[in-house]
Every structure is written in structure tokens, then in C-alpha cells.
Design a protein around this ligand. Structure first.
Ligand code: HEC
Length: 149
């Protein structure tokens, strides 16, 4: 009996595509990481995306409408894109640690809350962080959405 319950639980977690409850709203990066990320962003990204991340005529913003466009999946998707496609003139030239710091800075700029732990620089770990545009509702709704998928 107990084994059956555990199996059902595991199936639910697999269906929701994420470790239960980890979202960009749960504080997935630290403020210290943000200050490193800010420096790196100014060095490698601001030239095109703007110091305030607002973008230019030719370059998309990394705040505002940027979020709904990238959200709805897990954080590794954005991390992998930045790691392989950016900076546009030297794609993939920054290491995973630098890219995780920069991603922390971008999350902060979009008002996702900081936490105590650093954002992992392993894409694999970020697969368990769901990138929700809006803060997920607690418990009851969580269950429902896992079932619906
Ligand atoms: C030489 C200019 C340039 C630099 C430097 C640059 N980018 Fe970009 N970035 C662009 C352009 C242009 C696009 C749009 C590319 C496209 O649509 O294919 C883009 C797209 C992006 C996107 C996707 C935006 C969206 O709305 O889809 C992200 C995220 C991003 N850049 C992050 C970064 C980060 C982080 C850095 C620094 C590590 C960086 N970029 C450096 C020019 C640049």
C-alpha cells in the first residue's frame, strides 16, 4: 500500500516536470551572486542590452516582456541559451559560473526574490527550477495543476 502511494507521488512529480515546489519565486539565487553578476553584465552584455537591461532599437530588453516570452518552462532553458548564444559577438565565451551570476542579476532586475543559496552553475540543477512568470499559488492549486498536465 505504502509503495503504491510513493509511486503515485513520483508520477505526479515527473508529470509536473520539476521537483515539487521549486520556482524562481522561492529565492533561487543570492544577493552576493547578483553583485558579481552585475559587474559581469556591465562588462559583457550592457553594451548591447543597455546598463538598465532595457534593450535598444536593435537589441531586445532583458526585463518586462522578456519574462512572459521565456517563462513557462524551467530555468535551464534560458541558462543554456545565454551560455551558448551570448554574448552575440563571442558566443559561449563566458564560463558557467559567470553565466549563473549574470542570470541571477537578470532575475533580480525582474523582481524575482533573492534567497540564501547561490544559483547553481549546472544546467542540470536548473531543470528543477520552474520559471513561472507569476508567483504560483500555494498547495491546493499546485496539486490541481500537476494533475491537469
Ligand atoms: C553584440 C551585442 C550583444 C551582446 C554583447 C550581448 N547580446 Fe544578448 N542579444 C543580442 C541580440 C541582437 C539579441 C537578439 C538575438 C535574436 O533575436 O536572435 C540578443 C538576445 C539575448 C537574449 C534573448 C532575449 C529575448 O527576448 O529573446 C538574452 C537572454 C540575451 N541576449 C542575454 C545576453 C547576455 C546575458 C549577454 C552578456 C553575457 C548578452 N546577451 C550579450 C545582442 C547582444
Amino acid at each position: 500500500m505504502r509503495r503504491k502511494i510513493i509511486l503515485v507521488l513520483m508520477a505526479c512529480m515527473a508529470a509536473s516536470g520539476a521537483r515539487a515546489g521549486t520556482s524562481v519565486w522561492d529565492g533561487v539565487y543570492s544577493d552576493e551572486q547578483v553583485s558579481r553578476g552585475q559587474t559581469l553584465f556591465q562588462q559583457s552584455c550592457a553594451r548591447c542590452h543597455g546598463a538598465n537591461l532595457a534593450g535598444t532599437f536593435e537589441t531586445p530588453p532583458l526585463v518586462g516582456r522578456f519574462i512572459p516570452y521565456w517563462a513557462g518552462t524551467t530555468l535551464d532553458v534560458l541558462f543554456d541559451y545565454v551560455s551558448t548564444a551570448m554574448p552575440l559577438d563571442r558566443p559561449g565565451s563566458l564560463g558557467p559560473g559567470a553565466n549563473a551570476d549574470i542570470l541571477a542579476f537578470i532575475l533580480k532586475a525582474n523582481d524575482f526574490p533573492a534567497g540564501t543559496k547561490e544559483l547553481s552553475a549546472a544546467s542540470e540543477d536548473q531543470k528543477s527550477i520552474s520559471f513561472d512568470a507569476v508567483r504560483p499559488q500555494p498547495a491546493a492549486n499546485h496539486k490541481k495543476s500537476a494533475k491537469a498536465r
